[in-house]
Each structure stands twice: as structure tokens, then as C-alpha cells.
Design a protein around this ligand. Structure first.
Ligand SMILES: [Mg+2]
Length: 437
């Protein structure tokens, strides 16, 4: 693991994210103060460009105050679908470097790069490369902090940011590295609120103890902190103030599933039509899995009946799957024994127990995978089958994704989805398909 050893933790944070996406969509806004947020009397600033920050505008500030500070600002209501889409693209880029990506916001993530130096070079080279790829592929800027721990990496990325001035925005260093032996010097001058777990209430309590900076906090004996804040909180702040943060980067996929569910306008009592819904959902889920470079071992079917009672049925497999055919087959097997005569108002298919399959997987560097049979293929008796590589799982599925990427989602679909009035295919990012036909 990275923590406690080398500089293996990156914190990647997009610069002025929402505002930057808006400027990208409308280049005439470049260089102008742009504020994304509610423009009404109770509105709040969600994001603002550096040109607006130069006038003191900040996120979470009331829009009324922001307008007073910066009367020339362009106020935009925001396009959250677009931000979410860019966020997915960003996470795809980050996942192309390492599967150890922990997203903490739409535009922020931690990476543990300890396993990928042979592929991508030193930690600092990886940090710079991420900035280049994000710039080239998304046309957006990000800042990267590099350190031994999440705590310091996150603080370092702030130091890497551009600086807003009224004469113009000064570029930041882009990448800031905090070496182990400079952590204390880096941390001590920062305000205590820079540390996780120090909200306004704690900050006020600490201020009564004369604690304003992290350095002040680190100078206190642990016993004083514990008596002021309680055992767990006191101890945690004591450790953090000394730069001790053992929290590992926890990849998102360790906890997540990919799935879809739909509530029907009219209860469905027929196995046949429900089976067709399973095909549709299986296809959508498979596409999203492959898009994220993931496979999953558990397929879950969720059924809510007309009386709102809800059941789930799952099956866990020995090997991960990522194809529509496999997911559908299992979905059908789960559906068939269920008595649907009372009527089904909601159906859902999800895949969990996810495993990564990206190009950065360390196992793909293993010599075992480079035998004559090629990566990911079983080499006969005496050789245990290697973990399946998704590129091998189903070439046809990959081809479907490629066609869709080029010609649109509707270009390809399983035969049973083709109805008299076209193809119904779940689009990524939709939460609902809408009522069944
Ligand atoms: Mg940001």
C-alpha cells in the first residue's frame, strides 16, 4: 500500500469545474466572471470562474452577495447533465491510469498510483500526464496534489491552483508535491479548518484554546485535545495535525453496482413482456459495465409488486461477466420462478461484486499472461486459467459498443428490442426509461 511509504497518493481536482464547462460550451464567456448557481433571491453560488473569484465571489456564497461583489458577472443556472457527463469522462481517464480511483465529488478524486509506475513512470510524471490528457481530451484544466497521504495530497492540490487577480488569472503550478520531510512545514501555517473534521463548531472550540493554525493544533498535547473534543475526534485531529493519515484510497467499484430499474405506468402481469424488459436492461447494464472497464460477478433482479411489496433475487458467479447475453440469461433465470400474476410495477437489473478490467491492471504485466496463448486465455491442463480479461469476454459486445460510439445508441440492439416503432435502448445517464409501451 502507498500510505506511510512513498509519494503514491494523487488528488486530482478540476479547476472551477462547472464554470469551466460553461465557458468551454460558450467560448465568448472566456475571460469573463461567470457564476453558476441560483440567480434568485435565495440562490447560492455553486461554482464560479477565477475572474469572479478575483472579486471575492466564492462557492456556497449567496447569489445576492455575489452579485453585489461582482455586478458584471454572467449568472448561469447550470447544466448538471453536462457536468455529470464530463465527470464520467474524467473518471474514465483517471481509471485508464489505475483502477485505484476514489471519486469524492463530480470533479475530484484520489488515486493510488503505487502499482502503475512501470506503465506510466514516476508519481510526478503520472500527475503531469493526467493534466495533459485531461486538457487534450476534455479541454479543461485540473490541478493535482501529490503526497504520501490523502490529507496532504488534497491540501497540495489547492496550492496547485491558479490565482485569481483583478488584473487577470495567474496560472498555478498545476502539480504540487509535498515530500515526506516537508509535510510539517507545509501543514503548520495552514488554518485548522484545512484539516478534515474541523468544521465551524470545532474551529470555534479550538479558537477558545488559542488554536488557529494546524501548527497550534500540533503543539497541543493529545490529552488536551481529547478532553476538549472527546476521544475519537481528539485523537484523529491530533494525528492529522501531525500529518498522520493512514486512510487508504478506496476504489469506488469496491462498493458499487451498475444497474437500472423502471417503474411501469401499468402493472405488468406477463412473464413474456417482463422477459423483454430484462433483455433491455441487461443490454444497458452491459454497455455501461464495459464502458467503465468493469465486469461483475453478481446479478440481482429486483421486483416490486402492485401492492408495493418488493423482492430481490441474486445469483453470484465464479467469474465476472459484462455481456448483455450473460446478464440477460441470469436475469431470466431469476425472473422465471417468480409469480407475477399480481402485477409488477417496478423491475430492476443490477450487477455488483465488480472487478476492474482496465489496461492499467497490474496483472496484465505478469509474464504468465504473455504466453503463446495470449493474455487472458486458458493454456490447457497444468496452467490455472488466468483471470478473464474483458477484452476476451465477448468481442461482439465490444463491437456493439464501438458501433454505438460512432453511430449513436440506437444503431444496434438485440433483436427482441426492435419493435414496430423503432428501438428502445437505455441511454447512459438516464435514471428512468419512462413508461413501458
Ligand atoms: Mg474542483
Amino acid at each position: 500500500m502507498a500510505n506511510g511509504q512513498g509519494l503514491e497518493v494523487l488528488h486530482v481536482d478540476m479547476d472551477a469545474f462547472y464554470a469551466a464547462v460553461e465557458v468551454r460550451a460558450n467560448p465568448s464567456l472566456a475571460g469573463r466572471p461567470v457564476i453558476v448557481g441560483g440567480a434568485g433571491p435565495r440562490g447560492v453560488v455553486a461554482s464560479c470562474s477565477y475572474e469572479a473569484r478575483a472579486w471575492g465571489v466564492r462557492s456556497a456564497m449567496s447569489s445576492t452577495r455575489a452579485r453585489r461583489l461582482c455586478p458584471d458577472a454572467v449568472f448561469l443556472a447550470g447544466h448538471y447533465d453536462a457536468y455529470s457527463e464530463v465527470s464520467q469522462q474524467l473518471h474514465r481517464i483517471l481509471n485508464s491510469f489505475t483502477p485505484l480511483v476514489e471519486g469524492i465529488a463530480l470533479d475530484e478524486a484520489f488515486l493510488d498510483v503505487s502499482g502503475v509506475h512501470r506503465l506510466f513512470g514516476s508519481t510526478v510524471e503520472i500527475a503531469k500526464r493526467i493534466r495533459t490528457v485531461v486538457d487534450q481530451e476534455l479541454g479543461l484544466a485540473c490541478s493535482v496534489g501529490v503526497a504520501r497521504s490523502k490529507l496532504i495530497a488534497k491540501l497540495a492540490s489547492r496550492m496547485a491552483k491558479p490565482t485569481a487577480t483583478r488584473a487577470g488569472t495567474l496560472p498555478g503550478p498545476g502539480v504540487v508535491v509535498v515530500e515526506a520531510d516537508t509535510e510539517q512545514a507545509f501543514l503548520q501555517p495552514l488554518p485548522v479548518t484545512a484539516i478534515w473534521g474541523v468544521g465551524p463548531a470545532t474551529a470555534e472550540r479550538l479558537a477558545r484554546l488559542g488554536v488557529v493554525t494546524v501548527g497550534h493544533l500540533a503543539a497541543l498535547p493529545m490529552a488536551s485535545l481529547v478532553s476538549a473534543l472527546g476521544l475519537a475526534h481528539g485523537r484523529s485531529l491530533y494525528d492529522l495535525s501531525h500529518g498522520r493519515d493512514q486512510r487508504p484510497v478506496v476504489p469506488d467499484r469496491a462498493m458499487k453496482s451498475v444497474g437500472h430499474e423502471e417503474t411501469y405506468a401499468v402493472d405488468d402481469h406477463q412473464h413474456d413482456s417482463l422477459r423483454r424488459q430484462v433483455v433491455r436492461m441487461g443490454d444497458a447494464v452491459a454497455s455501461r459495465l464495459r464502458d467503465a472497464g468493469l465486469g461483475g460477478r453478481t446479478v440481482t433482479l429486483k421486483v416490486r409488486f402492485a401492492d408495493f411489496s418488493t423482492i430481490t433475487r441474486s445469483r453470484t458467479l465464479a467469474a465476472p461477466i459484462d455481456t448483455a447475453r450473460d446478464i440477460t440469461q441470469i436475469g431470466w433465470a431469476l425472473l422465471d420462478p417468480i409469480d407475477v400474476s399480481v402485477g409488477v410495477r417496478l423491475l430492476g437489473v443490477s450487477v455488483s461484486y465488480l472487478v476492474t478490467a482496465g489496461p492499467a491492471l497490474p496483472r496484465q504485466l505478469s509474464l504468465d499472461d504473455l504466453g503463446e496463448a495470449g493474455p487472458g486465455r486458458h493454456r490447457g491442463p497444468g496452467h490455472p486459467p488466468p483471470n478473464p480479461s474483458p477484452s476476451d469476454w465477448n468481442d461482439a459486445s465490444t463491437a456493439v459498443d464501438a458501433v454505438r460510439a460512432r453511430f449513436g445508441t440506437d444503431a444496434v440492439a438485440p433483436a427482441s428490442l426492435v419493435g414496430s416503432d423503432g428501438i428502445e435502448v437505455k441511454r447512459r445517464g438516464d435514471t428512468q426509461w419512462g413508461p413501458a409501451r
